[in-house]
Design a protein around this ligand. Structure first.
Ligand SMILES: Cc1cc2nc3c(=O)[nH]c(=O)nc-3n(C[C@H](O)[C@H](O)[C@H](O)COP(=O)(O)O)c2cc1C
Length: 143
């Protein structure tokens, strides 16, 4: 059985809704995803996964959330993640996605295989947004 991890941070539930919809999309393909809030995840969970989805909203001024997600991503930068299949996702509000572009750049520098461009959704995902998340989950399940 494939080992797929979805690890996210969310304050008001928007990125969490995306994470749940990604997991649901994979489940419909017969693959169960291990879902973690980042505070409950370890770097090991990323290393041993066949594919990983990492989620965080835009916080600060176009930044990753600084207490949990930023340190987690910094830890990942000390690991060998070459060719690790990964997708990034998160919710935002007034920005233009700068936090996601910078996050993608950091992951790309590590040699991570970004399966798709980061999925960003403004505020709460609507039906179309949930569908995109489901499709992303299905894509991870079928890699
Ligand atoms: C402290 C704080 C900083 C934020 N900074 C940004 C920002 O720089 N750019 C942006 O587009 N949205 C920003 N937002 C909006 C959040 O990204 C948005 O509300 C998102 O839906 C929250 O996701 P969550 O429900 O998963 O916590 C900020 C929100 C807060 C509370």
């Amino acid at each position: 059985m494939k080992n797929i991890a979805v690890i996210y941070w969310s304050a008001t539930g928007n990125t969490e809704a995306m994470a749940l919809a990604i997991a649901e999309g994979a489940k419909r393909e017969g693959i169960s995803i291990r879902l973690f809030e980042v505070g409950n995840a370890s770097v090991e969970d990323v290393l041993k996964a066949d594919a990983v989805a990492l989620g965080c909203p835009s916080m600060g001024a176009e930044e990753l959330e600084e207490e949990e997600m930023e340190p987690f991503v910094s830890f990942l930068e000390n690991e060998d993640l070459k060719s690790k299949p990964m997708v990034l996702f998160g919710s935002y509000d007034w920005g233009d996605g700068q936090w996601m572009r910078e996050w993608e750049e950091r992951m790309t520098k590590l040699g991570v295989y970004l399966v798709e461009d980061g999925l960003i959704i403004q505020n709460t995902p609507d039906e179309a947004g949930i569908k995109k998340c489901n499709e992303l989950g299905a894509k991870l399940a079928n890699l």
